[in-house]
Every structure is written in C-alpha cells, then in structure tokens.
Design a protein around this ligand. Sequence first.
Ligand code: E4P
Length: 215
Amino acid sequence: MDLFIDTANIDEIREAAQWGVIAGVTTNPSLIAKEGRDHKAVILEIAEIVDGPISIETISLDAEGMLKEAHEFAQWTPNAVIKVPMTEAGMQVVSKLSAEGIKTNVTLVFSANQALLAALAGATYISPFVGRLDDIGESGMGLIAEIREIYDQYFFDTHILTASVRHPRHVTEAAKLGSDVATIPYKVLKQMFQHPLTESGIEKFLADWKKYTHA
Ligand code: E4P
C-alpha cells in the first residue's frame, strides 16, 4: 500500500518527503484555505518537492465549471490528479477526463454504490472517507472491505485511496484490507513511527554503550 500525505502545508510535505515513505499528496479546499495562500502557488511548490501524484480539488458544482478547472489544474503540473466530488456532474467530468487521459480522484465517497459508479465512470482513484463514517457511528473500514471485494470481483483498476484517516490503526486496517493507497495527515504519519519499546530500547542501548565503552 502506498502512503500519500494529506496536507497543503509545505513544511509538513518537505519533512515527510525526506523520510522516503511518501508517494504522493492529497489536498482539498479546506486544507488549501488553511494555508491562506494562492492555490496555484501552493500546488507548484508541492510539485517541486514530491514526484508522485498530487490531488487538486475542483470547487465548481456544475460539469462545465469543473471541467474548466480540471483543464487548468492539469496544466499546472504533469502530476496533477483532478479531484471531483461524487455527484452526477462529477461522474460526467470523470468520464470525460478519463477519455482524455487525465487522472482523477473521486472524493467524498461514503458507500459501495458510489465507489461502483466512480469505477464505471473511469476514475483513477476513489477516496472513501473512513474517519467521517466512523464519526457518525458507521464503519469506515467496513466500507473499504466492501469496495475491495467489488473491485476485485470485476477487475476494476480504480485505486482505493483510503482518506479521512484519524489514527494509526486506520492505516494498519486499510493495509490489511488491500487498500491501494492511504492518505495520511502529518500528525498520524509521525505517530506511525512511534512505539514506547522503540524509545526505551534506544535509551537502553545508549546507556549500555556509555556504561561499557565510555565509562
Ligand atoms: C483527502 O483526500 C480528504 O479530503 C481528507 O482525507 C478528508 O479528511 P477529513 O475528514 O479529516 O477532513
């Protein structure tokens, strides 16, 4: 399973890129707005740091507007993946972009039927939001399992991109269920490195080293 970082913050992306574990970046209007900077400038800076796919989300709700934005974003960087919402207009746009060879990421996926529609429209990625489903008492991971089963059954090559990840356990479960990618907030990526036994183990090794070699 590949890991993307789910942020538009350049410092976070720069640091995570150095770890050598990040294959791409996802952004959304909330994440871009949080940075308080020009949309295009942020994306261009991300493209200088990361070689892999960068999801750039459209704002328009009508197909014509979405398509116009999609064509503009696709000019910004060859790594652009056009993120569109799971709506009728969104699927119309995905099917057109797919025919043009432009990569897409269908966002705000909350059901297996939505995932089926996105795959039929030719989506490159779909983003099921596991955290937001858990928040309302449904099973985010149950949805990943259902989509995996359906996509495997019919050999769809749309990639499952587990999104709205809230904690490290979501990442483990997504990997076990065969999600193709998980997009992870910076804070959760940092948590994934940590284990108390790793920390105490390092302390013990260093203490022994000092005791026996440099006493
Ligand atoms: C990424 O593609 C999604 O937009 C993001 O993971 C949503 O996460 P949230 O539910 O924490 O806002």
